[in-house]
Design a protein around this ligand. Structure first.
Ligand code: ATP
Ligand code: ZN
Length: 505
């Protein structure tokens, strides 16, 4: 405000000086006077435009990155629908209900049903989180406001909080409306982790806003983060961002669908095999695939071709892969096979021992992991038997066991499994009295000279579990092969599909 006043005073001053200099005309007709008139006039115009510009600044004027600006502009210009988001069928099903609520709030009201106010998307970058959020607004014809957490992080205390306030005011005026806040971690990191009073105020204001609006406001807030585990618990509590939806990298089938979406309206050579491109782009995100299609089109233009051919795709893939190689995001065919057998080992032994219900087996990279087996969360258990703990260790070691059996070689891929298995074995010896050292505990501070014995016991538990795990795999080796080859083909297998494989083979 003060800045504005000073500028205004300067503007008036320069205006007076300009008029004075113009009135001076005819007295001394020198070069310098023409120059000074020109200078005064241009300063006046300059000030005038600057002040106009300041007045026109939007309520939220952050220093956003180019990509964010693009997202904002893109969202204003062009509507996105669920059909533009390929794959992610389960996520879409989930969100269709939210979309229905935005369109027909009375229907839910009559039943006394509450729809979540806040949804948190999490997962790796470029997987379509922003895209699917704007599709909700497209489908429901609700407004869409894109904001990024980083816009609220300012040097001056209170600025972020006031921007949050105006964001929600704007959304309520525009209701029905979807607010999408990308990079939630910029404001939402756990408040205890460091001392940043500006960010704390911003986060507190966000919590106040979330608590303050109700279902009659018809505003849905969607947050997105690559690191859910960093967020403050207060933010994820019921009534706030209480629905968490994981959006991961696409499997081969979804990659094919994403490629098709981006190839719509592009002249394509008949020889191009989309399935083949999908297979070659293991581990890539939707954003990478969109990039590949665009690069291929550019190559075709450069070569003056009428259509995009397989050669252009190969060049485009090479270019994107080269960019990724530095980040270790692309794995070789051999590594893919090792990962497939490793994960199949976990799934097979877990299934035979029946310790957890398997929801999904995947060789699509997920954070640091090259593959994973997702267990359906079973009921909480308060007591675990010694046998169950041993079976847990057997399942954890089954990845390495499968690698050894199939490739006669072991890899670094089992590091995390070994850490977990060692931890359980250690607890069995030191905390649960489940070893030949007797029904007693050992604390770290008081090993009473038992250190070596403890290590021996831990080793012996792990070794016997490893041998047991190998036995189970060898006995069911055909199943191991069938699960792995299916994984190599489809990249993800659901629990139901696993049952089918086990029945058929
Ligand atoms: N499932 C998908 N279907 C179609 N296109 C996709 C899909 N996922 C990603 N894309 C493409 O990638 C681009 C980037 O995706 P988007 O910005 O939604 O990712 P994001 O998950 O929000 O990333 P970030 O975490 O980096 O913000 C989209 O504009 C779209 O072109
Ligand atoms: Zn493993």
């Amino acid at each position: 405000m003060i800045k504005k006043r000073i500028l205004f005073t300067l503007f008036v001053l320069s205006l007076i000086l300009s008029i004075a200099s113009i009135l001076n005309l005819g007295k001394v007709y020198s070069r310098s006077s023409i120059f000074s008139k020109f200078l005064f006039a241009s300063t006046t115009i300059g000030f005038y435009t600057f002040i106009r510009k300041m007045d026109k600044q939007p309520e939220l004027m952050p220093a956003t990155s180019l990509r964010q600006e693009e997202k904002k502009e893109g969202n204003n210009q062009q509507k996105v629908y669920f059909d533009d988001v390929a794959g992610l069928d389960e996520v879409k099903d989930d969100l269709k209900e939210i979309a229905d609520f935005i369109k027909n709030p009375e229907k839910y009201d009559k039943m006394g049903a509450k729809i979540p106010k806040g949804i948190m998307f999490h997962g790796p970058p470029g997987t379509g989180k922003t895209l699917i959020a704007s599709a909700i607004s497209g489908e429901t014809e609700a407004g869409f406001i894109y904001a990024s957490g980083s816009e609220f992080v300012e040097k001056y205390v209170g600025v972020g909080a006031s921007r949050i306030r105006s964001l929600f005011e704007k959304a309520k005026k525009q209701a029905p409306c979807v607010i999408f806040i990308d990079e939630m971690d910029a404001i939402g990191v756990s408040r205890s982790s460091d001392n940043n009073s500006e960010r704390d105020q911003t986060l507190n204001q966000l919590l106040v806003e979330l608590d303050g609006f109700n279902r009659y406001d018809n505003v849905i807030v969607i947050g997105a983060t690559n690191r859910l585990e960093l967020l403050d618990e207060a933010l994820l509590r019921p009534g706030r961002f209480d629905r968490h939806i994981y959006i991961g990298n696409p499997n081969v089938k979804s990659r094919e669908e994403i490629l098709k979406v981006h190839l719509r309206n592009k002249p394509l050579d008949k020889k191009v095999n989309i399935k083949d491109i999908a297979r070659k782009t293991h581990g890539m995100s939707g954003a990478h695939l969109a990039n590949i299609v665009n690069e291929a089109a550019i190559f075709a233009v450069r070569e003056n071709l009428a259509t995009i051919g397989p050669e252009q795709f190969n060049l485009a893939i090479e270019r994107v892969v080269a960019g990724l190689k530095n980040k270790n995001a692309v794995i070789s065919e051999k590594e893919r096979k090792i990962v497939a057998y490793h994960e199949s080992g976990h799934a097979l032994v877990g299934r035979v021992l029946n310790n957890d219900l398997i929801e999904k087996i995947s060789i699509v990279p997920h954070g640091q992991a090259l593959g994973f087996v997702l267990n359906a969360s079973s009921e909480d258990k308060f007591l675990i038997t010694k046998k169950e703990l041993c079976e847990k260790i057997q399942t954890l070691l089954a990845g390495r066991a499968a690698e050894e059996i199939i490739f006669n070689e072991i890899s670094t891929g089992a590091q995390n499994d070994l850490t977990k298995a060692t931890e359980i074995a250690h607890q069995m010896v030191c905390e649960y009295g489940m070893s030949s050292l007797g029904n007693r505990t050992f604390s770290n501070n008081n090993l009473s000279g038992y250190g070596n014995f403890i290590n021996k016991e831990v080793n012996s538990i792990i070794e016997s579990c490893y041998q047991e795990s190998k036995k189970i795999i060898l006995k069911n080796i055909d199943f191991l092969h069938s699960i792995s080859s299916r994984l190599l083909l489809e990249e993800t297998i659901t629990g139901k599909e696993l049952e089918k494989i086990l029945k058929v083979s």
